[in-house]
Design a binder for this molecule. Structure first.
Ligand code: ADP
Ligand code: ASP
Ligand code: MG
Length: 425
């Protein structure tokens, strides 16, 4: 007997047939004698629609009310899945995040889970009841609804698995594993049987949203055994089939420690994946004073407004008096960031602020980079050969990222995928 958490994303619960399929898969695990909790997302498209409603009423919305609205999609699916399970003879009940509770901080719209109450859910699971839990939502210290950021259901699932000390956390989605790059970009992408927590963390944070970044962080810190699997298959004609394997040791992707990969004698390639992200904007603040404290004055208000700045470059000052600072941040934070920068214009004294929304960040990731030279050079040469200009560069021990014009995203990803020898035969 094992205690397991199954997580199904939006496409896996996208219509009533798919919800019935999820019920069947959860019941199969129950029938094997396992204790089962299921975390579900909102039906595909629902969260986007809810976000659209909020933004059309208030572009600079109150994030507390945003969370009240966008958290509702998951509440629909927990009820429907519990009903579908009951219909096929399984005992099941839903738990909203305030019933468990899933306690978070008060960073509305991107809250972090602090603690999960496990008493009621574990008691239900022990009695053979499937516990159905909404992903994405929590409850803040003020007793108000919070959400965990887009894609947050992965994090709900891993956090729950850690809290109830589950043996496994199976993340079912519309792809059968983690690939060397987004399979939507190239059919030459290859499935990775295993990926290290570290690489997955970089891949997720750099745009491979098959797992939310925070979920990988949690899995790594709590040593949760995560595998990525498909809940359905798509035939060449686009027809959906629910004939997929269920259970442990499946041919999906296991997210593991580097040691486990070494122990299996699997060879680590230098580069294991290429990621891209198109959801950032590039802002250049031109002609700000080149003196101590300017960067703090610029980024302080953005941090206070909960805006996450990513890449930053400050150019050399040509006249010794002023300089340009370029940085990127999520598109969704742009209205808030612009409002803050407009407010700070007088104190910062910059000449002009330009926003470029047509940018993409392309990243090459691999733990093998630590011990191999020339990885960055290959990236620059490959992009140069395709005539792609690089705007901003940033590196860490196991990744290199560049900012390019968004129109070249597919071309860049495919060229790099081939250049690093990742293409499937
Ligand atoms: P869910 O709704 O189940 O949470 P997501 O859409 O969030 O699913 O994540 C699955 C998608 O992630 C896939 O359809 C795929 O296009 C995309 N993706 C991006 N990068 C990768 C990658 N490296 N490997 C697999 N899938 C990826
Ligand atoms: N429904 C939420 C979203 O679309 C959470 C999730 O699907 O993981 O972002
Ligand atoms: Mg997702």
């Amino acid at each position: 007997m094992a205690r397991i958490v199954l997580k199904f994303g939006g496409t896996s619960v996208g219509d009533i047939d798919r919800i019935r399929n999820v019920a069947r898969m959860a019941k199969a695990e129950l029938d094997r004698g396992n204790e089962v909790a299921v975390v579900v997302s909102a039906m595909t498209g629902v969260t986007n629609q809810l976000v659209g409603y909020v933004e059309s009423i208030a572009p600079l919305y109150d994030p507390r009310e945003y969370d009240v609205v966008v958290s509702t999609g998951e509440q629909v699916t927990i009820g429907l899945l519990a009903l579908a399970l009951q219909q096929i003879g399984a005992r099941a009940r839903s738990f909203t995040s305030w019933q468990l509770p899933v306690r978070t901080d008060e960073a509305y719209g991107k809250a972090r889970i602090l603690e999960i109450g496990t008493e009621a859910i574990v008691a239900a699971m022990r009695e053979g009841v499937v516990a159905v839990v909404p992903g994405f939502q929590g409850v803040g210290g003020e007793g108000r609804v919070t959400t965990l950021g887009r894609g947050g259901s992965d994090t709900s699932a891993v956090a729950l698995a850690a809290a109830i000390k589950a043996d496994r956390c199976d993340i079912y989605t519309d792809v059968d594993g983690v690939y060397t790059t987004d399979p939507r970009i190239t059919d030459k992408a290859r499935k990775l049987p295993m990926v290290t927590y570290e690489e997955m963390l970089e891949m997720a944070s750099l745009g491979s949203k098959v797992l939310q970044t925070r979920s990988v962080e949690l899995a790594m810190n709590h040593r949760v055994r995560v595998q990525v699997l498909a809940s359905f298959r798509k035939g060449p004609d686009g027809a959906i089939s629910f004939d997929v394997p269920i259970g442990s040791d499946l041919p999906g992707t296991l997210v593991v420690d580097e040691d486990e990969i070494m122990a299996k004698g699997l060879e680590q390639s230098v580069v294991s994946g290429i990621a891209y992200a198109k959801d950032d904007v590039k802002i250049t603040v031109a002609a700000v004073a080149d003196r101590p404290g300017v960067a703090a004055a610029l980024f302080g208000p953005l941090a206070a407004a909960n805006v996450n700045v990513d890449m930053i470059v400050q150019n050399v000052s040509l006249d010794g008096k002023s300089t340009d600072i370029t940085f990127t941040l999520p598109k969704s934070d742009l209205p808030r960031a612009r409002a803050e920068l407009d407010k700070a214009k007088a104190s910062l004294g910059y000449r002009e602020l330009t926003v470029d929304t047509n940018v993409a960040k392309i990243s090459v990731i691999g733990v093998g980079m630590r011990s191999h030279a020339g990885v960055a050079l290959k990236m620059f040469e490959t992009l140069a050969a395709k005539g792609i200009n690089i705007g901003v560069i940033s590196t860490s021990e196991i990744k290199i990222s560049v900012l390019i014009a968004a129109d070249y995203t597919e071309l860049a990803v495919r060229a790099l995928h081939a250049a690093y020898g990742l293409d499937a035969d």
